[in-house]
Design a protein around this ligand. Structure first.
Ligand code: KMH
Ligand code: ZN
Length: 280
């Protein structure tokens, strides 16, 4: 009998911090827009909503009230309730205090953890080792589960070093974010290298930036990885054609999974697969 293939966990990164309505007018920025978008994404097969929020002017925010408003709206409008993953990366330039605060106050079910500094487009995304330790320790102390964001090959080495020191938990769930200018591109050989580099028992998801989104998702569906899509990473449905919604991007992944006979995980199944409860 063949090895049973794990179900596919789809994450929708619906807003991000860098994408603007000028880039794609369909970007959800208010709590209501995010709730509507999350509902459609969950209907289309997403189990996780990777969440960045905006203030009343549409600018990136790390305010508790803004996160609370969006999370409540999402929970009210979605059935089943998705896993909401609070970003601790925030926008480039956000202070470490602002990035930690929502975790401390809201103790979410899931979070992201960035472990290395890098150029990020035309900016610098700073993750000072002492801040990474502080953030990871806070997540651990509060029993908040998290995924480790990987933009470059050395980030896996850094994660392993931190795990050895007991700063981050194992097994590690990685998000390979490929195609950021300053990190690895979304070339297939890079994905292959990253998959080869992680330890037995670790899990991975891939978020391809821009034109890399779909081809990398295809690889993940075929190879037992998980997939992240959404306007944070990519605003197009195809070359030159803006996506109408995040759910349009999720729907395409669900169709692909269906074709390739990979079942899609519900939010509760994803909770079990990622051991969210036992990490708490
Ligand atoms: N906005 C990026 C600089 C995360 O969510 O953890 C960082 C980011 C990563 O989006
Ligand atoms: Zn993010």
């Amino acid at each position: 009998m063949g090895k049973k293939i794990n179900k596919l966990i789809i994450t929708a990164a619906i807003t991000g911090a860098e994408t603007t309505k000028e880039m794609n007018p369909n970007l959800p920025v208010t709590a209501e827009e995010q709730a509507k978008e999350a509902r459609e994404c969950v209907k289309a097969g997403a189990a996780i909503i990777h969440l960045h929020v905006r203030d009343s002017k549409g600018n990136p925010s790390q305010k508790i009230a803004d996160f609370k408003r969006s999370i409540e709206a999402i929970n009210d409008s979605c059935d089943p309730r998705p896993i909401t993953q609070i970003s601790t990366g925030g926008a480039v330039g956000a202070s470490i205090e602002d990035r930690i605060k929502p975790i401390v106050k809201l103790k979410p079910e899931f979070a992201s953890l960035n472990i290395a500094s890098m150029n990020f487009g035309e900016d610098v995304f700073i993750n000072h080792p002492k801040d990474v330790k502080k953030l990871a320790t806070t997540l651990k102390d509060l029993n908040v589960a998290y995924e480790v964001e990987v933009y470059d090959a050395g980030h896996i080495e850094s994660a392993k070093r931190l795990a050895k020191k007991g700063v981050i938990r194992t097994p590690i769930h990685y998000q390979f974010v490929l195609g950021v200018h300053g990190g690895m591109s979304g070339d297939l050989r890079n994905l292959n290298f990253l998959i080869d580099s992680i330890d037995e028992g670790d899990t991975w998801s891939v978020a391809g930036i821009g034109r890399y989104e779909y081809p990398l998702a295809v690889e993940a569906v075929k190879r037992g990885g998980f997939v992240r899509v959404g306007f944070e990473d990519n605003i197009y449905y195809e070359k030159g054609v803006l996506a109408k919604s995040n759910s349009q991007l999720v729907e395409r992944i669900s169709r692909l999974a269906n074709e390739l006979k990979r079942e899609i995980a519900t939010p509760d199944e994803a909770r079990k697969m990622l051991n969210l409860k036992s990490r708490m």
